[in-house]
Design a protein around this ligand. Structure first.
Ligand code: HEC
Ligand code: HEC
Length: 631
């Protein structure tokens, strides 16, 4: 900077401000559009496309295949809904103090900005058009907004990171996908669930259990006849060591079919083929005639188009055969049984060729398909990393036609952006079963599962670590077995993706991970510690937590035995984990045995080896936990 201060006259300042406003869209460092959500106005022949990093919504005209308008939001759009008369667009904007911006599509003006929760997404309009439901991802709840009074009339707690929702056609029930499982990771059924909200009572009336290993529960849609919901997710085979990748022995990719009337799982089918994974299933949509279900694969840049009638027929027949042949179920060896007390035992989730002949896998032109919109037999898929759409005409039985439709200039990828793309790219992986983001979803964070990776021996599973700050806090891995995160990244590629990649690609993954920024905790009040967390801060020093969780990152980067080791890890030292973003990395401890911070302190530290805590009252423990959860 120049030492000498230049005084600017007010007129010049005005001019500079105006210039910077008009060029803001191009100069704000946002060279990418990053389409992440999409909704169609069938009658008007338009698509509205949320472009998250460009902080705008684009209007795409179908007849000319061009973007005819953009609405700037100055906030990251994450989801879209249209008013019943299609004159208003509701846009959720992802931020700690989340907003729904209401755009008048005639004037192009933002006419309202409604306050909702932390990182809102997936807005859904009620059938009478009077109520808007919004998933507040990091508050773990759903806002119910009365659009006439513009007031939030209810906040309905769901389970963990709600990211998608669908309303039954009669408007009675809202099905909400929770991205991750809640609870400890070392016992029982570990699976993300679908929360069902009764829209008259405004509360969750049931949660639908999905098979053990369900994670990254991403997209959901309900068939036009209202009978079935279809939810996309990963089906992690976390109960077996990660020695083998073929035939889906680590991550498989699935679609769960839910019986809407009975509010329980009908069955789960795998989207993969025997030797070719269809990784990271994301958006789901039904055609208007209900005959096809489409699923985008964000990791392999494809869509699956499934014949619904054939699918249901095949499942029914399989169930009938299974019933007639009960004894065969005893001989199942694959990945374990997928039944629980509340869901039927079925072997379909182990059948890698179940969709053979009733599903088409179609390669898209761009990379990172995370949203889709269907008009008749035209499926539009929005591709996050290439700022593009692929139009797929699914009418044809053979030779399905695809057309590439760019939304802007071909993006020039920086090293960081390229790393982000590769991190989410399952084509790096042998047979395409998974990407790094399969186990580290939500921007390189956690899947809440334990995995028996091979770096520290067999038979001692470890809870997935968030990669935020991994490069700044060597050593890496829970046991500190890798000198640093760079080495952990390289061994991840070799031993988890079973791949060899050029060094420049791997360096860009490092750069992407280094660029990650912590998200402000939902436990903060107006960006500051709550009164309880402030009390907790004192206890944190008094209990000597900061002797190991020291400094701004809350880690001394050293190994300690804090008395948690068990089984093969008995008496083992572990690397002090950073507690930054601890609010989103549950469950806790190396084997994910603690569902909450309170459990870490009150249940699993009986001998004060992990801080001086035995003398703390219940209230002090709650305060201490609040402080940790505020980081
Ligand atoms: C099958 C699930 C799975 C996949 C896929 C996966 N990881 Fe991990 N990753 C884990 C688990 C579990 C841990 C923690 C295990 C431990 O610390 O012993 C981990 C830890 C790490 C760490 C260490 C973090 C730290 O701070 O110590 C890095 C770095 C990492 N992974 C990078 C990657 C990259 C890069 C990819 C893709 C090439 C990847 N992972 C794919 C499960 C996975
Ligand atoms: C002697 C060093 C040391 C002290 C003192 C200490 N910790 Fe830890 N902390 C660790 C280590 C090592 C781990 C990893 C243990 C494991 O994975 O089983 C850990 C794990 C944790 C975790 C789980 C984090 C995760 O992501 O799984 C939390 C939460 C935590 N500590 C909070 C605290 C609090 C609160 C205190 C004070 C009461 C405290 N620690 C005192 C070293 C320490």
């Amino acid at each position: 900077m120049n030492e000498k201060k230049t005084k600017l006259r007010p007129g010049i300042i005005m001019l500079i401000v105006m210039l910077s406003l008009t060029t803001n869209a191009n100069l704000s460092g946002q060279d990418y559009l990053s389409p992440s959500a999409m909704i169609a106005d069938n009658q008007a022949g338009k698509l509205y496309i949320a472009q998250s990093t460009a902080k705008q919504v684009a209007v795409f005209e179908i007849s000319t295949s061009t973007v005819i308008k953009t609405y700037s939001l100055r906030a990251e759009p994450s989801g879209l809904a249209l008013s019943t008369d299609k004159s208003l667009l509701y846009v959720t904007c992802a931020a700690p103090k989340g907003k729904v911006k209401v755009v008048n599509l005639k004037t192009g003006k933002i006419i309202r900005s409604l306050a909702v929760g932390h990182t809102p997404t997936a807005p859904v309009l009620s059938s009478n058009g009077k109520t808007l439901y919004v998933c507040n991802r990091f508050d773990n709840n759903v806002s119910v907004i009365n659009l006439a009074s513009r007031k939030q009339v209810a906040q309905i707690p769901v389970q963990r990171e709600p990211v998608a929702a669908a309303l039954t056609p009669d408007g009675r029930f809202l099905f909400v996908n929770n991205l991750l499982s809640a609870g400890a990771a070392n016992k029982g059924n570990i699976a993300a669930v679908v929360s069902v909200i009764d829209t008259t009572a405004n509360k969750v009336i049931t949660t639908i259990e999905l098979p053990n290993g369900t994670t990254a529960l991403q997209g959901i849609c309900i068939s036009p006849d209202g009978r079935y919901a279809y939810a996309s997710h990963i089906l992690a085979r976390y109960t077996v060591p990660t020695t083998q990748l073929e035939r889906g022995w680590i991550n498989t990719n699935a679609l769960s079919i839910i019986d809407v009337e009975r509010k329980r799982l009908f069955d789960t089918v795998l989207l993969d083929d025997v030797d070719n994974g269809a990784a990271n299933p994301w958006a789901v949509g039904c055609t208007n005639d209900g005959k096809k279900v489409c699923v985008t694969h964000a990791g392999t840049d494809e869509i699956s188009v499934i014949d619904v009638t054939a699918l249901h027929e095949k499942i029914r027949k399989y169930h009938a055969d299974e019933k007639n042949n009960q004894s065969s179920s005893a001989g199942r060896s694959n990945y374990g049984s997928y039944g629980t007390s509340s869901i039927p035992i079925s072997n379909i989730p182990n059948e890698l060729s179940f969709l053979y002949d009733i599903r088409k896998r179609i390669k898209l032109h761009g990379k990172g398909p995370r949203a889709l919109a269907i008009i008749g037999s035209n499926v539009y898929v929005a591709e996050y990393f290439t700022d593009s759409l692929t139009l797929v005409d699914i009418n044809k039985t053979a030779d399905i036609k695809t057309t590439a439709l760019p939304l802007g200039p071909t993006p020039q990828l920086t090293q960081i952006r390229r790393g982000e793309m590769l991190f989410h790219d399952a084509s790096l992986c042998f047979q395409h079963w998974h990407s790094c983001s399969s186990c580290h979803p939500g921007g390189a964070r956690v899947d809440a599962l334990n995995w028996d990776l091979l770096n520290d021996g067999l038979g001692n599973p470890k809870n997935t670590k968030s990669l935020l700050l991994a490069h700044r806090t060597p050593p890496a891995m829970i046991t500190g077995i890798r000198e640093n995160a760079e080495m952990a990244v390289r061994s991840g590629i070799r031993h988890i993706l079973f791949a060899v990649r050029p060094e420049e690609e791997i360096v860009s993954i490092d750069e992407y991970l280094k660029s990650l920024k912590p998200i402000p905790s939902p436990y903060l009040v107006k960006g500051k510690l709550s009164a309880s967390a402030k009390r907790g801060r004192k206890i944190y020093s008094k209990a000597r937590c900061d002797s190991c969780h020291e400094g701004a990152l809350h880690t001394d980067m050293k190994l300690h035995n804090v008395g948690t080791g068990d089984g093969l890890d008995k008496d083992r030292k572990f690397d002090t984990p950073s507690l930054v973003e601890a609010w989103r990395t549950a469950p806790y401890l190396y084997d994910g045995r603690a569902a909450t911070i309170e459990e870490v302190i009150a249940i699993y530290n009986s001998d004060n080896k992990h801080g001086q805590t035995s003398n703390l009252s219940v209230k002090e423990i709650a305060d201490l936990a609040n402080f940790v959860l505020s980081q």
